[in-house]
Design a protein around this ligand. Structure first.
Ligand SMILES: CC(C)(COP(=O)(O)OP(=O)(O)OC[C@H]1O[C@@H](n2cnc3c(N)ncnc32)[C@H](O)[C@@H]1OP(=O)(O)O)[C@@H](O)C(=O)NCCC(=O)NCCS
Length: 405
């Protein structure tokens, strides 16, 4: 499946107006890993292209905190207030909890009080699915501004004794703001695909409803990611060129028209194989996996941010973003870059005001939690018909009236 910007438009297109990324400070090099498992820097670099990755340190850094940092930056670049967001989507395979969604936590942290929020799970293709969906919602008139985030703490589901997987992954987050625009630009086409018969090729076997967490699942390592690397490799080298060609065709472009392809950052050899099959110069593919490893849903938005920072994207450029991952899933999006580059630097006071708003959102969140606690403590259990029950009913009715419901 996928979508295409209509030929006879309703005057609405969806473009990326803000972008941001955040990676934890702690860096783990190949040499560090070689001290823990039977591997070498030479093996990792020659087989994957990865030199180092960032990983979270301590309990205070989680998928939601990385996501919120990337999102704040994206909102500042877009100059969109959190209160103007209609939707927050977090693509992740390492959500904070099964529920509540990581997106709801991020929505609260940002103070996006008018936005709906949900998580999206589509393996490493998650961000691309979310971007495609966001563009569809904006074009259809369901939203003006959607925040799309890819965020992961893969270091929490990696078996650090398994050299087959632990060398590949890293943590981080990337975010974009997708906003309505009138000119024909932005996300013009997308291709989404899935082949569930390959579900066991890349899987986190335990912790879901199929195998809930138990002593047995933990002792057998079922809570760690398992992968058949060769199968994933074979799948990726076929699907990247195929999805890129399909989405370019849907957008009405030739492969030669593309200014830049931003592929999922999993392995340089996978990308080089795609380059050959598409008969494109390697310089037209953005690669930064040497510094981050595979950050799953976060890899493409992080790469997009760095491509912008390195001035690899100009206004009017035709781009393809293409991902693949667990599911098995794949997704590609064709974007005509609508914003003149480089973007004008924001006035410092405006940025300062934006940051103040985020700080206020944090304080408000704490206040709401305390208020909920105190309220329930004073009012007692719901449904009681004593004086506290009556007081609760009256107060609830008054609060609803004040909220205009
Ligand atoms: C994982 C991957 C790097 C392995 O590279 P490869 O060239 O296919 O290597 P192989 O699987 O053939 O393994 C070759 C040997 O290296 C060994 N090996 C695996 N990891 C190693 C490591 N970190 N260090 C040293 N040796 C390692 C294997 O045990 C194997 O040894 P054996 O031949 O004695 O059994 C590669 O298959 C890959 O990148 N796959 C895609 C993974 C991916 O992108 N996953 C995420 C998708 S979103």
């Amino acid at each position: 499946m996928g979508s295409q910007a209509p030929k006879a438009p309703n005057g609405r297109y969806a473009q990326i107006t803000g972008w941001g990324m955040y990676v934890p400070e702690k860096v783990l090099t190949n040499t560090d890993l070689a001290r823990a498992v039977d591997t070498t820097d030479e093996w990792i670099v020659s087989r994957t292209g990865i030199k180092e990755r960032h990983i979270v340190a301590g309990e205070r850094e989680t998928t939601a905190t990385l996501a919120a940092r990337a999102a704040q930056e994206a909102l500042l670049v877009a100059d969109v207030a959190p209160g103007d967001l209609d939707l927050v989507i977090v693509a992740t395979v390492t959500p904070e909890y099964a529920f509540p969604s990581t997106a709801s936590l991020v929505q609260d942290a940002l103070g996006a009080d008018k936005a709906g929020a949900f998580d999206l799970s589509a393996g490493c293709s998650g961000f691309m699915y979310a971007l495609s969906l966001a563009a569809d919602v904006v074009r259809a008139g369901g939203a003006e501004h959607v925040l799309v985030i890819g965020a992961e703490t893969l270091s929490r589901i990696v078996d650090w004794t398994d050299r087959n997987t632990c060398v590949l992954f890293g943590d981080g987050a990337g975010a974009v703001v997708v906003s309505v625009c009138e000119a024909r630009c932005g996300v013009l086409a997308s291709v989404l695909g899935s082949d569930g018969s390959g579900g066991d090729v890349l899987i986190l076997p335990a912790g879901g409803s199929h195998a809930p967490a138990s002593h047995e699942t933990v002792s057998s390592g079922g809570h760690f990611a398992k992968m058949n690397g060769r199968e994933v490799f074979r799948f990726a080298t076929t699907i990247i060129p195929k999805a890129t060609e399909q989405v370019a065709q849907k957008a009405g472009w030739q492969i030669a028209d593309l200014a830049l392809v931003i592929p999922h950052q999993a392995n340089t050899r996978i990308i080089e194989s795609a380059v050959k099959r598409l008969n494109m110069p390697l310089e037209k593919f953005f690669i930064n996996l040497d510094r981050y490893g595979n950050t799953s849903s976060a890899s493409i938005p992080i790469a997009l941010c760095e491509a912008i920072r390195e001035q690899r994207i100009k206004g009017g450029d035709k781009l393809v973003l293409v991902g693949f991952g667990a599911g098995l899933t794949w997704a590609a999006v064709a974007i005509e870059w609508g914003i003149p580059m480089p973007v004008k630097p924001q006035r410092p006071e405006r940025r300062w005001f934006g940051r103040l708003r985020f700080a206020f959102a944090g304080v408000r969140s704490i206040f709401r939690r305390v208020e909920r606690h105190v309220y329930n403590w004073i009012m007692g259990p719901v449904g009681k018909d004593d004086w506290r029950g009556k007081l609760r009913k009256r107060t609830d009715a008054l609060r609803e009236r004040l909220r205009g419901k």
